[in-house]
Design a protein around this ligand. Structure first.
Ligand code: FBP
Length: 548
């Protein structure tokens, strides 16, 4: 594959590691037994083997009396791409090789389906070399197949047995790591010696834990890409002074990405889904709050601005939340029977209140609400062009405003930033974080620890202070109803409205609305030498800095 000069340069980056990972041998400092974050009794029933395990902190140790026997480890990418995934692979490979050059690593191709179908590739030094510090998951590719049927669990066991796998690393988000834990249990029940460890991946940052995961990998690089683009738009806005830019940002449900971009770029408006939900704001109220800012700026002759909108916002607006739940019960089962319903077919099946909401939505958005549901049967809110929906509603509100003689001042541009941030070459932070996470996963695999998430704590600090550890997957779980069944799942971590990043935003947003406080963070810097640019290149996200 041809590589650019940048890629050749960046491949040389050698991520630093904390002392415990640089050491030849580690031991585990065993913490107290853990409990799941909620629904302890129920979660316990689902995980007889892995429930209640202690947190394992890694510490430098002397060489063991008997060196560990060689192992064979498998690895899977699961779910959406996130910058740094290839460095998890290189960290895994390097550590396994360092512990014992006889250790083997194989990558299952295309996500969990690669495990089910036994499609794999051997990951060795030559294989991994071109992917070091590169974005994407293309070395072994990813997929969204969920392992949930009896046949799928049996197929996973068969593959693990065929390869005589000692360990399997699942690099994924909350659902994928829930699956990892279920696999850990299943392998034990089937009498296999294959341990399963997770690695916390997702640009969305909704996979965190106060006892082990400061952030998921990919968030740092993705938000740097989005913030750079928003900064450029702000500069354009300030130069032309003629458009309101409505920018929708990826992140499925949680607003972490949008909030981080707001902290970096200081836009005029930023919606936070969790706040909209907490205040129970209707669509009318959300739009009115935006109109108030647009009008106030108009009165000052400022007919331009930038508004950030999290892609999951619509679910948090109460009447739309109800509509989406009702739609899930209509389009989900129909889709299972191979039918994609039209808005006309859906409308009469809704409650009276939801019919009104649905009818209020312009036709192209009705269609978006009815397209192929996600794997839980829910409408894919990430596919709804909310930025355009908000523009359409705001135009109507302005038209009806008797204080205004004309609405010609409201000219808009809409944007969606998502995929362009997910496969960027990882920032210094993500390249380093992921390389370390891969090493932690290798250590857990060699030590035969099952049901653990590979973690590095304290990552807002210098890498020399990062603490490698294993966090029991069950400690992050609660029970939720999925397709009418109670299921144990890793709890999504939403924006904390009492947290410091949100408080910082609240203390500034009025000023950002009324004046132009735009900040252009510039593109990701990949510099790894000495000097002031290194601080720019190494800076973690503002969210992480604030929470530290
Ligand atoms: P993961 O949770 O699997 O990491 O995926 C995150 C994400 O990028 C969301 O932000 C986005 O809504 C979704 O994936 C898009 O999914 P797809 O890649 O299937 O279009």
């Amino acid at each position: 594959m041809d590589r650019s000069p940048f890629e050749d340069y960046r491949r040389q980056f050698q991520p630093p590691v904390p002392a415990a990972l640089a050491a030849d041998h580690v031991t585990f400092k065993i913490g107290d037994p853990t409990e799941s974050c909620e629904d302890q009794e129920q979660v316990k029933q689902f995980f007889p083997v892995t429930y209640g395990l202690p947190v394992l902190d890694m510490e430098i140790a002397e060489a063991p009396a008997t060196p560990p026997a060689p192992i064979k480890m498998g690895v899977i990418f699961s779910g959406g791409q996130a910058p740094g995934g290839h460095n998890v692979l290189s960290g895994l490979y390097d550590k396994l090789h360092k512990i014992n050059p006889e250790n083997q690593l194989i990558g299952f191709i295309g996500g969990p389906s690669g495990l089910l179908d036994n499609k794999y590739v051997v990951i060795d030094a030559d294989f991994i070399k071109p992917y070091r510090n590169m974005g994407g998951f293309d070395a072994i590719c990813s997929g969204r197949t969920k392992i949930h049927t009896e046949e799928q669990f049996a197929a996973s066991t068969a593959t693990a047995r065929l390869h005589q796998l000692n360990a399997l690393a699942v690099i994924g988000g909350d659902d994928s790591n829930t699956n990892a834990c279920l696999l850990a249990e299943r392998f034990k029940a089937d009498g296999l010696d294959t341990v399963v460890v997770g690695v916390p991946k997702t640009i969305d940052r909704d996979l965190m834990s106060p006892v082990g995961i400061d952030t998921s990998f990919g968030f740092d690089s993705a938000t740097k890409v989005y913030a750079s683009l928003i900064g450029n738009i702000e500069t354009d806005c300030l130069s032309a002074k003629k458009y309101w830019h409505f920018v929708r940002l990826m992140g499925r449900s949680a607003s972490h990405i949008t909030l981080e971009c707001a902290l970096q770029c200081r836009p005029n408006i930023c919606l936070v889904g969790e706040e909209v939900q907490a205040k129970g704001q209707s669509m009318e109220q959300v739009c009115q709050s935006m109109v108030d800012i647009i009008k106030a700026r108009h009165q000052k002759g400022m007919n331009y601005g930038v508004a950030l909108i999290p892609e999951g916002i619509i679910e948090f607006i109460p009447e739309f939340g109800v509509l989406i739940k009702e739609l899930a019960n209509i389009i989900g089962p129909a889709y299972d029977n191979g039918i994609i319903m039209t808005p006309e077919q859906v409308l009469p099946k809704l409650s009276e209140a939801s019919q009104k909401v649905f009818a209020f939505v312009p036709p192209q958005f009705q269609l978006q609400l009815c397209t192929e549901p996600d794997s839980h049967g829910n409408p894919q809110v990430s596919k709804i062009e909310t930025e355009k929906l908000l523009i359409a509603i705001i135009e109507q509100v302005l038209e009806a405003d008797e204080e205004l003689t004309s609405t010609k001042f409201f000219n808009t541009q809409s944007h969606f930033f998502g995929y362009e941030g997910r496969c960027v070459p990882p920032s210094n932070f993500d390249a380093t974080y992921c390389y370390g996470l891969g090493q932690v996963a290798a250590i857990l695999g060699v030590a035969q620890k099952t049901g653990y998430m590979a973690c590095l704590r304290n990552v807002a600090n210098h890498v020399s202070e990062w603490v490698p550890c294993g966090l029991p997957l069950t400690a992050m779980m609660n029970v939720e109803v999925r397709k009418n069944e109670a299921k144990p799942v890793i709890k999504k971590i939403m924006t904390d409205l009492s947290g410091r990043p949100f408080a910082l935003f609240c203390s500034k947003r009025e000023e950002w609305a009324q004046t132009d406080c735009y900040v252009n963070p510039g593109p990701i810097q990949y510099y790894d030498g000495e000097g002031p640019l290194r601080a720019v290149a190494d800076r973690p996200t503002i969210s992480l800095e604030e929470e530290a």
